[in-house]
Design a protein around this ligand. Structure first.
Ligand code: GRF
Length: 196
């Protein structure tokens, strides 16, 4: 039986599409749910078009009450019984209690070469630092923001005329390669690090 993968997102969902489209044939996993914290997230329609069940837990009615928001997230997730959770552009910080509930089964993609530039504005920070290369990382999610064990990284050159947008676009192409490769290895039980 296939492993069940839930994908959490907040936006357009291009990484989600790359993940869902990779889970075919002999792949050990299949997408069981795409869950958004924003009913306007563009990724929801893309998931539906692929026949993946979708759900929304809007964070806004919960205000600053993260515990209640996450209790609802957990409730929806448990209904779909995922073996693995992939955060894919999910723009809510998760509390240690939620992370601990799913630790060892939850992955995230981050658009920097961690441990450099956790948090936001990664591409602008790489440019401001004068870095010669940038990239993306897939890591296990732990209570430390963008700080869990790194499962894979992909690198791109920084070009002389790069803007944060042009660099983000070049990195995103690599995100779409890296995340499916790491997910497949993870689903096969391989926690080793992949550098591409
Ligand atoms: C990606 O760059 C991801 O690394 C970051 O948010 C972006 C999401 O893009 N955390 P998409 O929704 O997958 O297109």
């Amino acid at each position: 039986m296939s492993l069940r993968v839930a994908i959490l997102l907040s936006g357009g969902g291009s990484n989600m599409v790359a993940l869902v489209d990779s889970m075919t044939g002999t792949h050990p996993a299949r997408a069981c749910l795409v869950l958004a914290n924003d009913p306007a997230a563009g990724g929801l329609a893309k998931a539906k078009a692929r026949g993946v069940p979708t759900a929304v837990v809007d964070h806004r009615p919960f205000g600053p009450d993260r515990a209640s928001f996450e209790a609802e997230l957990t409730c929806v997730l448990e209904t779909h019984a995922p073996d693995i959770i992939c955060l894919a552009g999910f723009m809510r910080v998760l509390t240690p209690a939620f992370v601990t509930r799913w630790q060892g089964r939850m992955l995230n993609i981050h658009p920097s070469l961690l441990p450099k530039y956790p948090g936001l504005h990664t591409h602008a920070r790489a440019l401001a630092a004068g870095d010669a290369e940038a990239g993306c990382s897939v890591h296990e999610v732990t209570a430390e923001l963008d700080g869990g064990p790194i499962l894979g990284q992909a690198r791109v050159p920084v070009l002389a005329d790069d803007t944060p947008d042009s660099l983000a676009a070049r990195v995103l192409v690599q995100e779409h390669r890296l995340y499916p490769m790491v997910l497949r290895r993870f689903a096969d039980g391989d926690r080793g690090r992949l550098d591409i």
